[in-house]
Write a protein that binds this ligand. Structure first.
Ligand code: ATP
Length: 357
């Protein structure tokens, strides 16, 4: 359970306080008629060694929460506790927390190694130990051979790894990552996602990563916290959030929602309320095919086909209303996708109908 309402931070099974506990956090920017409430009364616990992603659309408040944990922003109300210590008024550099930003913020006139050594120099660590620990951190991100280069002589992905090594070098208990992979191309981003996961697992450091990319959130996190309009809509493991979205917003933001709203649900599903069926759970067949026993069937017309390489997304306008996307795997010997305008029959098992709040 992520959201806690207790006044004091919950303790884990071992009796330790959570790595991060947010209590009644509210943040209002501006005043009067121009005031914007970026975060509404947030309670959140993050355990030691967890990898949590804060996911939400632009303006939903996730960066503000990260900045409040880091100490770059003061909450209007509420408290921030790190391992049970109230750090609400404490400066960023006096918190056992580091932040990695999207723009890397490396010093261009220093070598890669000196960039990584920097936090240790500030902490007055001796020269030899500084050097050894910087090299160790660079090995962790597989950049040891590039220690003497200038940041300008590196690719974007390598620069991001230097920023990560610098954040890891003095072994913080919490690492905050603000869209750290946003500037990288897709291939590099996917590679860095696996590396981040690996580094997090090996280091045991608590990672909190902000992203608006649902694939990234699903790939990386032990738990996903979905933000909407300054509030947490849902918090849970990737499969929980995907398979059991708590609201139409979460169903739409994490994956393709395939919303069957209350106006069409009785005709399509024979049920009241709002529902969702994920595209990969729906089978598509010829219009006169039998619906498998115990399944729900619905007829419609193909309105759109989107080829994406491994899959084709087929959008079907149902006769009873609503429009459903079906995911077809392009793995067979023949092209299984029907033509645009074709009549089709869809079917799915009722277990895959997700009730939406
Ligand atoms: P993005 O993905 O675009 O960074 P976000 O979910 O991280 O979005 P925040 O940056 O936390 O969202 O912003 C939440 C709300 O607070 C937005 O409405 C934003 O305009 C507002 N806001 C954020 N920082 C400030 C500020 N310094 N002054 C005034 N308003 C702000």
């Amino acid at each position: 359970m992520l959201v806690a309402t207790a006044a004091e931070p919950r303790t884990t099974d071992t009796g330790a306080a959570p790595a991060i506990a947010l209590r009644g956090i509210r943040k209002v920017f501006g005043s009067g008629s121009g005031a914007v409430t970026a975060v509404h009364d947030l309670d959140l616990d993050i355990s030691d060694g967890e990898f949590v992603t804060l996911l939400g659309p632009s303006g939903s408040g996730k960066t503000t929460v990260l900045r409040i944990v880091a100490g770059f922003e003061q909450p209007t109300a509420g408290r921030v506790l790190l391992r049970g210590r109230d750090v609400t008024g404490v400066a960023p550099f006096d918190r056992d927390v580091h932040t990695v930003f999207q723009d890397y913020a490396l010093f261009p006139h220093m070598s890669v190694r000196r960039n990584v050594e920097y936090p240790l120099r500030i902490a007055k660590v001796g020269r030899t130990e500084r050097r050894d620990r910087a090299m160790e951190a660079l090995e962790t991100v597989r950049l040891g051979p590039m220690a003497d280069r200038a940041p300008t002589e590196l690719s974007g992905g390598q620069r991001q790894r230097v920023a990560l090594a610098r954040a890891l070098v003095d072994r913080p208990s919490v690492l905050l990552l603000d869209e750290p992979l946003g500037a990288l191309d897709l291939k590099l981003r996917e590679q860095m996602q696996l590396e981040l996961k690996d580094i997090q697992r090996k280091s045991g450091i608590t990672f909190v990563l902000v992203t608006h990319d649902q694939d990234e959130a699903l790939t990386l996190a032990d738990r996903i916290v979905v933000f909407n309009d300054g509030r947490v809509e849902q918090a849970g493991a990737a499969h929980e959030v995907y398979e059991h979205p708590a609201s139409p917003f979460v169903a739409g933001f994490v994956g393709t929602s395939n919303l069957v709203g209350p106006e069409v649900a009785p005709a399509v599903l024979g049920r009241e309320g709002s529902w969702s069926v994920r595209p990969e759970k729906i089978a598509i067949s010829e219009p006169d095919a039998d619906v498998p026993a115990g399944h729900v069937g619905a007829d419609g017309t193909v309105s759109e086909l989107v080829y994406t390489g491994p899959t084709t997304r087929c959008v079907v306008a149902l006769d009873a209303g609503a429009s459903l996307s079906v995911l077809l795997l392009n793995g067979g010997q023949r092209d299984t996708a029907p033509e645009r305008g074709a009549r089709v029959r869809l079917s799915w098992h009722p277990d895959h109908q997700i009730p939406l709040g």
